[in-house]
Design a protein around this ligand. Structure first.
Ligand SMILES: [Zn+2]
Length: 321
């Protein structure tokens, strides 16, 4: 009897404490939610959050369980967000970034309509759009890495730990040295796209030769990586109407070029203002110390310094295009 009475006495206090904890956690969630761009950007659900808004228990016995469940869910959610953020800070320190990368906002529910950049048109109608910037007002840019010469395992680790998305545009004459390297990249969530079989200057080729270069690479990527890529980037950014017709004939939906290019020691800019803009596509290459002044991680440190300092986050190109 004594024990039961004690339990009865203390239960309301415990429930009240749980509710306070739950409300407190909800406030923390709200604070975290507004400080970061939203957990969905990381693919993390907000499962815990809606429970905070639930009304009190309908069943008499629910008073004991609901607040506890809600509080636990919120606690674990808040804990998860904190852990992710802490992991990002730790990863930034580990990989020598001056500041942790900014978290990308949730991508748009509907992808923006992309049209060919003015001055980049061909006469052909209904061809895949050629563009250098994705139409968006969000402060995001997209990182794209071309060719495939340097196969540095550090790059895959670094980008995974820092949670920086990027897309690879691959050329088979380099990739075939080690298809496995890019498979690991794909397994880490990177989309692999088409940069032709042999990296030729396409406008110098006939339509059928261009088609072999482009559609041959579609086949290679499908065979090796299980998916025909929707995106294609012509070598050197050079193309003509035949290029776009050939690309369209084997499933290419869009032709992203770039607004700026990253090197281990500098940025190069397409626009006169030498700056980043919302939606800009940043080009860089799989290269090593024999090709340029640094390693792949050196290059990433340099480009992320610029991107973060200017207040941009790196978003996933495939979420927008
Ligand atoms: Zn290239």
């Amino acid at each position: 009897m004594q024990l039961v009475r004690q339990k009865d006495e203390i239960r309301p206090k415990r429930v009240a404490a749980r509710i306070r904890r739950s409300v407190g956690a909800a406030l923390v969630v709200a604070a975290l939610g507004s400080a970061c761009a939203g957990p969905s950007a990381d693919g993390e659900g907000t499962a815990g959050a809606p429970a905070a808004g639930q009304k009190g228990p309908a069943r008499p016995d629910a008073g004991r369980q609901r607040p506890e469940g809600a509080a636990a869910a919120l606690d674990s959610y808040v804990e998860k967000v904190r852990e992710l953020r802490a992991a990002r800070v730790v990863a930034a320190r580990k990989w020598g970034l001056e500041r942790p990368p900014l978290e990308a906002p949730a991508p748009p529910a509907v992808k923006p309509k992309i049209t060919t950049r003015k001055g980049f048109e061909t006469d052909g109608e209904g061809l895949p759009p050629v563009f250098t910037t994705v139409p968006t007002k969000q402060k995001v840019v997209f990182l794209t890495i071309d060719d495939g010469a340097e196969k540095d395992p550090e790059l895959v680790r670094m980008m995974s730990e820092l949670r920086i998305p990027y897309s690879a545009f691959l050329s088979d004459y380099l990739v075939k040295e080690d298809y496995g390297y890019f498979k690991k990249m794909q397994d880490a969530g990177v989309s692999l796209h088409n940069h032709t079989l042999n990296h030729r200057y396409l406008p110098g080729l006939s339509y059928s030769a261009q088609k072999r270069e482009i559609c041959g690479m579609q086949d290679v990527i499908e065979k090796r990586y299980g998916k025909r890529p929707p995106l294609f980037r012509p070598p050197y950014g050079n193309y003509n109407e035949d290029t776009l017709r050939a690309a369209a004939s084997c499933g290419v939906k869009a032709v992203p070029l770039w607004a700026s290019e990253a090197f281990p020691d500098r940025m190069e800019w397409r626009e006169w203002d030498r700056d980043l803009h919302p939606g800009d596509i940043v080009l860089t290459h799989f290269r090593g110390k024999e090709d340029w002044k640094g390693s792949m991680p050196d290059m990433i440190r340099r480009v992320m310094k610029t991107i973060t300092a200017k207040g941009y986050a790196v978003a996933k190109l495939e979420d927008y295009v």
